[in-house]
Structure formats: structure tokens, C-alpha cells
Design a protein around this ligand. Structure first.
Ligand SMILES: Nc1nc2c(ncn2[C@@H]2O[C@H](COP(=O)(O)OP(=O)(O)OP(=O)(O)O)[C@@H](O)[C@H]2O)c(=O)[nH]1
Ligand SMILES: [Mg+2]
Length: 347
């Protein structure tokens, strides 16, 4: 299973997550099929006018099923599918013939998809593995045929069970990306630039804040045909937890990442303070984020000389491994990948 997963991953060069079609939330109305009715029927044959009951069972109604697909990275394909309708089960028939099952509907979803009840917000199912199938909205059971109801006192029951009704419900599908590394930093720190250098992804890059408005994913090739997935999310600013900037809506996409790569520009006035602001915003969003392993990359190191680098190094937070990088000058990029790999595999 894991082998297949890695094989699929490493064959992907670039993930089709373009900035304008990243969809991480859809609401759909799911209707499962009703079960077929059990049949009430008595065996008849020439010379045997009063045969016993032989009504078959109804078939179950179709389910609405979610299936994990590791090649999907957004819910875009479900955006315009407002109604999902499974088939009804067929009624049972004579000679104990069971009715056919209603047709199931299988919705392919990316790994990391969570389905919630649209009214209560309650989590129903979560898809985390390729090929994993979970019934979202179960079809109604088929009714039993009259054959099941014969007893010592009633040899000729006419009663057969009706099929169970299907279920109609509004469901919210929500995606939390399942990347290995999440990039965390202020706007303009150089997050998208790094992603564009280490992967085939081509996120928009520009010299202003909030260039990135939706997450970008990239597969990073690592040494001998290995790889990991990096998620570039919109920048975070102080007060994001209260909704400043783009708020913390996108932080949910790093909740499932194995580790976090903090990125702070070397031209920041106070790197240690900026790091604290980022930590603080993460904590307010979800304190569990701080349980993840972290690495700090000081970006744009091409802007300073070695002397200044030494000076700044002395001021860096010591609680996590750090490295000076430059995506433009390709400085320490391999070293950073090594550090990430090490953290991803340190358990
Ligand atoms: N000198 C230098 N500039 C860089 C480097 N990396 C990124 N930049 C520049 O920094 C600016 C911001 O880069 P982005 O990659 O868009 O930054 P970001 O963190 O994705 O920004 P948001 O999407 O707004 O959060 C761009 O003008 C980049 O060219 C680097 O290594 N050296
Ligand atoms: Mg960006």
C-alpha cells in the first residue's frame, strides 16, 4: 500500500492545483436508495394449488460512498454536483428471487476529505487513504419476503416486509490537505518562490503581500527517487486569528501536515519576534499545531554577506533547527531538503 502511494507520488511532477480552481469546501445533497419491498407470493404448480410461501427479499437501496483517491487534490470536480442520488433496490419476486440492489454512487475525493452533517456540523466520515471506501449515506434495507414469516401456527403468511426508505441529507465535504510539510510565514517571506524552486509547481510570485490567495502544493523530489509533498499557504500576519489579512482559514491546511517549515526573511527587523508572532497565531488557531516538528528557514540570504549572517545567526531562536537559504541563489536548498527529510523521518 505504502509502495503504491509513493510510486504514485513520485510519478507526479506537478500537482494540478492552479490558484483559481482550488476548492476545499462543497455542499451536496445526498440521497440513498430505498430498499426494495419483500415479495408476498405462494408457490403454485399443476397439481399443487396450495404451495408454501416463496416471496423473495427486496434488494437494498444504493449507498452514497466516498472513495479516497490520491491523485485528486481539490474538491473542484464536485463543485457543481449539487445532488447525488443512488438507485432504489428492486422488489423481491416469486421462487425466492431477491430483488436487485440499488446502484451505489461512489464519489472520488482527495485524501484528507472530511464529511460533515451540514446542519449540525458533526463529523461523519474522514478519508485518509487511497482506495479507502466509506459509506456516507446508507441505502435502505430491502424488505423480507413472506417466506421468512412462516411459522408453526401460520404456514401461509401473506405479510412481506416493505423496504426501508432511503435517506436524504445535506452533507458538507471539506478538505484538509495531506501534505508532509506546511510552509508558515508572513506574506512576502518567499514561500511560493521556494516551492517553485524545489518542485514543478508554478505558484504566482510577486513582491507584495498576499500574492498567494489559496494553497499550492508541490511534490519535492528527494535524492534517490523519493519525494515529499510541500504545501504553500497564504501568508499569516499578526492578528490573523482575529481575521486580519486573510485570517487563519488556510491554517486548517497545515493541521494535517507532518511538519512545519517556518520561513522568515533575512531583512526582517527582528526574526525572533516575528517567529513568536507566527507561533502565537498558530496557537490561537489550534494549539496542537505546536506539537509538530519545526524547522526555521531564514530566506533571501543572498541579500546579506557572511559577516551579517553570523551576526543574525546569534539572534535566532534556539529551540528549533535553522538554516539560511536563498531560493534565487540556490543557497542551502539541498541542505534544507535534508533537514526536512530528517524531521519527517524522525519519530
Ligand atoms: N533576493 C531574494 N528575493 C527573493 C527570494 N525568494 C523570494 N524572493 C522575492 O520575495 C518576493 C516575495 O516572494 P513570494 O515567494 O511571492 O513570497 P510569499 O511568501 O509566497 O508571499 P505571499 O504569497 O504574499 O504570502 C518576490 O519578489 C520574490 O522574488 C530570495 O531567495 N532572494
Ligand atoms: Mg506566496
Amino acid at each position: 500500500m505504502t509502495d503504491v502511494f509513493w510510486a504514485i507520488r513520485s510519478t507526479l511532477t506537478s500537482l494540478p492545483v492552479a490558484s483559481n480552481n482550488f476548492i476545499d469546501y462543497v455542499k451536496v445533497c445526498c440521497r440513498s436508495g430505498k430498499g426494495g419491498a419483500g415479495s408476498s407470493h405462494f408457490f403454485r404448480a399443476k397439481g399443487l394449488p396450495n404451495g408454501g410461501p416463496d416471496g423473495g427479499d427486496g434488494g437494498r437501496g444504493g449507498h452514497v460512498i466516498l472513495e479516497g483517491n490520491s491523485q485528486l487534490w481539490t474538491l473542484l470536480h464536485l463543485q457543481y454536483q449539487k445532488h447525488v442520488i443512488a438507485g432504489h433496490g428492486q422488489g423481491g419476486a416469486e421462487s425466492l428471487r431477491s430483488g436487485a440492489q440499488g446502484e451505489d454512487v461512489i464519489l472520488q475525493v482527495p485524501l484528507g476529505t472530511i464529511a460533515r452533517d451540514a446542519d449540525t456540523g458533526e463529523k461523519k466520515v474522514e478519508i485518509t487513504e487511497h482506495g479507502q471506501r466509506i459509506i456516507l449515506t446508507p441505502g435502505g434495507r430491502g424488505g423480507l419476503g413472506n417466506d421468512h414469516f412462516k411459522s408453526a401456527t401460520n404456514q401461509a403468511p401473506t405479510y412481506a416486509q416493505p423496504g426501508e426508505p432511503g435517506i436524504e441529507e445535506w452533507v458538507v465535504l471539506e478538505l484538509k490537505l495531506l501534505a508532509d510539510v506546511g510552509l508558515v510565514g508572513f506574506p512576502n517571506a518567499g514561500k511560493s518562490t521556494l516551492l517553485s524552486v524545489v518542485s514543478a509547481a508554478q505558484p504566482k510570485i510577486a513582491d507584495y503581500a498576499f500574492t498567494t490567495l489559496v494553497p499550492n502544493l508541490g511534490v519535492v523530489a528527494y535524492r534517490d527517487y523519493q519525494s515529499f509533498v510541500m504545501a504553500d499557504i497564504p501568508g499569516i500576519i499578526e492578528g490573523a486569528a482575529e481575521g486580519r489579512g486573510l485570517g487563519t482559514r488556510f491554517l486548517k491546511h497545515i493541521e494535517r501536515n507532518s511538519m512545519l517549515l517556518f520561513m522568515i526573511s533575512v531583512d526582517s527587523n527582528d526574526i525572533a519576534a516575528e517567529y513568536q508572532v507566527l507561533l502565537n497565531e498558530l496557537t490561537q488557531f489550534n494549539p496542537e499545531l505546536l506539537e509538530k516538528r519545526r524547522v526555521l528557514a531564514i530566506t533571501k540570504a543572498d541579500l546579506i554577506d557572511d559577516e551579517l549572517e553570523d551576526e543574525i545567526r546569534a539572534t535566532l531562536p534556539t529551540e528549533l533547527p535553522s538554516v539560511f537559504i536563498s531560493s534565487l541563489a540556490n543557497k542551502n536548498i539541498q541542505r534544507l531538503k535534508d533537514m526536512i527529510w530528517q524531521e519527517l523521518h524522525a519519530k
